[in-house]
Design a protein. Structure first.
Length: 72
C-alpha cells in the first residue's frame, strides 16, 4: 500500500482535543493534540483497510471561516 496524504484539523472541544480528517469522514480525540492525532492516524489506518480505492476526496487549501446562522 502506498502513502496517502490527507488534510487534518485539530481543535479543542471542552477538555479534549479533536482531530478530524477533511478528506474522509473520520475523526478521533485525545487529551492532547498529539494524542488526538495519534488516535486519528489509527482510525484512518483502520478506515483505509476496507475503503475502496480512490475513496479520498482531496481537499486543497482549506480555510477556517465563520458562518453565522439565525435560529428559529
Amino acid at each position: 500500500m502506498g502513502a496517502i496524504d490527507v488534510q487534518t484539523v485539530v481543535f479543542r472541544e471542552g477538555r479534549h482535543y479533536v482531530a478530524q480528517c477533511l478528506d474522509v469522514d473520520v475523526s478521533s480525540f485525545g487529551d492532547s493534540e498529539d494524542d488526538a492525532l495519534a488516535n486519528l492516524r489509527e482510525a484512518l489506518e483502520l478506515y483505509f483497510e476496507d475503503a475502496p480505492a480512490g475513496s479520498v476526496a482531496k481537499v486543497e487549501g482549506p480555510e477556517v471561516r465563520r458562518l453565522t446562522l439565525e435560529r428559529a
